[in-house]
Design a protein around this ligand. Structure first.
Ligand SMILES: Cc1ncc(COP(=O)(O)O)c(C=O)c1O
Length: 408
């Protein structure tokens, strides 16, 4: 077999399949209750609406444009609809501030490419979205810990980045119902991240993949809205908002967007020309039609279902988890984050859980840029019904209790 290692670019050395993903692939078994996948419930997809939208495109004059090459910025009517959505969030944007991506994951990849030279520092929360680490890793950065509640000085961040051989380039965070913790950054935390970014003169990447999934509590303005309130104009801001239709409409169409200053958008457009020319036109058209006709109704529908599941999972954790185990109480999103007593290893627990309890989850370590967090796990409630939640958490609670008794 040919040895490719010395031919591959150095950046590829950090592209490795995670052991956990490999393990989770095996979990599509009917005897396992899985809280592992962080995906939307397919029962909630607006499939009839999509069917109608595609039929209308194929039956009408738009079919040629739908099947033809198109502009890299994205389908204009969709960008116009998004500009109105952003305005409703306190972000007065024009179509020139909106760029359509193939899922928000592509936005993260492009932003890594745009900002990170090898050895530059990306500030990320501990833990953070695994897909963001995978996207950024290709650009060979180092990571430092962003803590919206903390008070490390800009100078400390600067020194750390210089030691690593580069400079800080951006702070990346999910302010609403983060993957994996389900937690929300409060307004003061968002302001602190902006202050830090100002002082370091770096970008803020606001990953808003779950922002529409708030089930209770007061909405907090996006970081981009808070920055516009400071500066008066989106084109003077440093915050780059990444949105997605994956959690609200459907992920399979791969449509997301970036909303930011025109200077950043123009660079992203050039990247797209080099990478894939444009996102699928027909999918953007279908998303646009379905969103225009019933985005709010669709969001209300998923809220009802996920809110119920979230509450069922929190109630089951309360009922079955032994003392010494703690978890987040998310107001939205798809995840609950569990912290086990120190010394418990989430990956070992998963291996046992698959054998005995037959419950799957994601061990938390994969979400930490420094490989810590071994005593944490991520549970997703998005695809689980009441019975699965009660039974699955009961079995997991028993397993954890047994492990704790053994360790004592
Ligand atoms: C926090 C976060 N950001 C981005 C994404 C990527 O979503 P998509 O590319 O489907 O828009 C995900 C997907 O799970 C996510 O959890």
């Amino acid at each position: 077999m040919l040895n490719w290692d010395h031919i591959f670019a150095t950046r590829s050395s950090r592209m490795r399949a995670s052991e956990i993903r490999e393990l989770l692939k095996l979990l599509d078994r009917p005897d396992i209750i899985s809280f592992a996948g962080g995906i939307p419930d397919p029962e909630l997809f607006p499939d009839a609406e999509f069917k109608e939208a595609y039929a209308e495109i194929f039956d009408g004059p738009a079919v040629s444009a739908a099947l033809q090459y198109s502009v890299s910025e994205g389908y204009r009517p969709l960008r116009q609809w998004l500009a109105k959505q952003m305005a409703a969030l306190g972000i007065p944007a024009t179509v020139d501030n909106i760029f359509i991506t193939s899922g928000s994951q592509q936005g993260l990849d492009y932003l890594g490419k745009l900002f990170l030279s090898p050895k530059d520092t990306a500030l990320v929360t501990w833990p953070t979205y695994l897909g963001a680490l995978q996207a950024f890793n290709a650009y060979e950065p180092t990571y430092d810990q962003l803590n919206p509640g903390g008070n490390r000085t800009p100078e400390a961040y600067r020194q750390q980045a210089a030691l690593a051989g580069g400079r800080v380039k951006f702070a990346y965070l999910s302010a609403d119902f983060a993957n994996p913790t389900g937690e929300t950054v409060d307004r003061a935390g968002r302001e602190r991240v902006l202050d830090l970014a100002e002082e370091l003169d770096v970008a803020v990447i606001e990953d808003a993949a779950y922002q529409s999934l708030r089930y209770d509590g007061e909405a907090i303005p996006p970081i981009l809205a808070l920055e516009i309130a400071r500066k008066g104009d989106i084109n003077s801001t440093r915050t780059i908002y990444c949105g997605s239709f994956s959690k609200t409409l459907a992920p399979g169409l791969r449509v997301g967007w970036v909303c930011a200053s025109e200077t950043v958008i123009r660079k992203l457009v050039l990247m797209k020309q080099a990478a894939d020319l444009h996102s699928s036109t027909i999918n953007q058209m279908a998303i646009c039609t379905v969103a225009e006709r019933g985005f709010d109704e669709q969001v209300q529908k998923i809220h009802r279902v996920y809110k119920h599941r979230r509450s069922a999972m929190l109630a089951a954790l309360e009922k079955y988890m032994p003392a010494g185990v703690t978890w987040t109480k998310p107001e939205g999103g798809m995840f609950v984050w569990v912290t086990l007593p120190k010394g418990t290893d989430g990956a070992e627990l998963l291996a046992k859980s698959i054998q005995t309890a037959k419950v799957a989850f994601v061990p938390g370590r994969a979400f930490f840029a420094d490989g810590s967090g071994e005593n944490t796990l991520r549970l997703s409630f998005s695809c689980a019904n009441d019975k699965m939640i009660d039974e699955g958490i009961r079995r997991l609670g028993d397993l954890v209790r047994g492990e704790m008794a053994e360790a004592a």
